[in-house]
Design a binder for this molecule. Sequence first.
Ligand code: DAH
Length: 333
Amino acid sequence: MTNQPNNLEAQLLALQEEGEKAISAVNTLESLEELRVSYLGKKGQMGTLLRSMGKLSAEERPKIGAIANTVKEALQASLDKQRHALESAQIQAQLESESLDVTMPGIYRPQGKIYPINGTLDRALDIFVGMGYTVASGPEMETDYYNFEALNTPPDHPARDMQDTFYLPDGNLLRTHTSSVQIRYMERSEPPIRIVAPGRVYRRDTVDATHAAVFHQLELLAVDEGLTFSDLKGTIKVFLQGMFGDLPIRFRASYFPFTEPSAEVDLQWNGRWLEVMGCGMVDPNVLKAVGYDPEVYTGFAAGFGVERFAMVLHQLDDIRRVYASDLRFLRQF
Ligand code: DAH
């Protein structure tokens, strides 16, 4: 049983038949590759048969050679066909496993809202930052010095009656206003100064529709050479316009221990004047308390309650709603 031409031809044809069957039965690309190596690879069965052609006669060789070529091409075609089929099946399977049912209902995620006090505060801070102000802060637990004394409010000063204070057992207190931040900031800085200081403040007020024991203020302070009351007026005007639009405002003479002269600012809202902030030129005694020379520097300051602004901005009737954690209310902002 050696290399008789007919024998070799039969072997080639048998190889083709067996190969085509095996190839079409394979169902992974890895097994297909194994079959390719086994049939057409360098050391594969086809090669083995071809090597035995050397022993054929000169007439037989081209004939068997031609048959060998068709067998090789047929096997290659079968491999290609099966590879193509397996690859498309793979893509199809991937498409099916990754497909999305766009009609399926989604998972509901409630959208968060900005808390009305923070929203109002952010809006105010944006306006001041736009005018070149820096945001500063200070502690909520204060000493008597920063909350009152350095602000020209000595222990026996009648102005202390204006604010009922929460005193702590150790003699410290919960700050009644953010004006304390003025002193702390000036102590560690040199003019020129342009700051806004937002924060929580505490008062022993009876809680009602417009008063809370804890609320938020924003303090404004500018110190420089040559600042005048008209700088204060212009700044407040730009701020209130940014906040509420072009509503009429008026300055009314008032009194604060830490400013001289002092004023209160009213905003015309729904046909009536609403008091919205206190302000004034920083009292020379306050500048002296932080070591500034009042002959060289002047300053202006202002302070307002953020809740009051939020009430105007959002037409709220009762401040207590803001603290009641009622989502039906809070979702509206
Ligand atoms: N601290 C004052 C208050 O709580 C508000 C205020 C008034 C602040 C005048 C100021 C100011 O800086 O100049 O009622």
